[in-house]
Design a binder for this molecule. Structure first.
Ligand code: AMP
Length: 185
């Protein structure tokens, strides 16, 4: 299984990515988690990307590709769930170019959640967790980046007939069941 999960901040894609990975045995590659771990470890990459994460802006493509391509290559046989990458048409094109023979993406699931629900969830998470990018200004910016960069990516995969849209406004278990059914798990 070579799957891309797309969802706005607050859509639950991280939670669902983990669940799908457990169920399918595919490798969960979550770029936001990987980048936060680098920042926390104060690695060279972490220091380079910290400002982008804090402001909710996309990290430059080349840094993302350097981080993710080796992981994607390593998971070629077990399969993978890409969570948070690609996040723009440019990244999707580069992913295909760098993947050589065979398609890097077999299926794309977009977890669609109404905007008002996303904002409510993100504000709740801001109150509960200690994520630097969960405050009101950054939330607005992350949603703006989603609209400008990631919505075109949804159209890109729809045109390639790879996209399925999943109703993400339901509970965790219900959305999980819809996602699993969509990929025949
Ligand atoms: P997430 O946890 O997926 O919401 O990602 C948190 C932050 O990591 C984003 O706001 C970006 O700053 C950065 N990030 C994650 N994935 C990518 C990506 N594919 N391209 C660029 N930046 C990314």
């Amino acid at each position: 299984m070579k799957l891309v999960l797309i969802g706005a901040p607050g859509s639950g894609k991280g939670t669902q990515g983990e669940r799908l990975a457990r169920r399918s045995g595919a490798h969960h590659i979550a770029t936001g988690d990987l980048l936060r771990a680098e920042v926390q470890a104060r690695s060279a990459l972490g220091n380079q990307v910290a400002g982008y994460l804090e402001s909710g802006t996309l990290v430059p493509d080349q840094l993302l590709l350097d981080l993710t391509m080796p992981l994607i290559e390593a998971a070629r046989d077990t399969g993978y769930i890409l969570d948070g990458f690609p996040r723009s048409v440019g990244q999707a094109v580069r992913l295909d170019e760098l993947s050589g023979t065979g398609s890097a993406v077999e299926s794309v699931l977009y977890i669609d959640v109404p905007r008002a629900e996303l904002v409510a969830r993100l504000m709740r998470r801001a109150a509960e967790q200690d994520r630097v990018d969960d405050n009101e200004d950054v939330i607005v910016n992350r949603l703006r980046v989603f609209d400008s960069e990631t919505i075109p990516l949804i159209d890109y995969y729809r045109r390639r007939s790879l996209l399925q849209v999943i109703d993400g406004g339901l509970g965790v278990a219900e959305v999980g069941a819809l996602l699993a059914a969509a990929i025949g798990q």
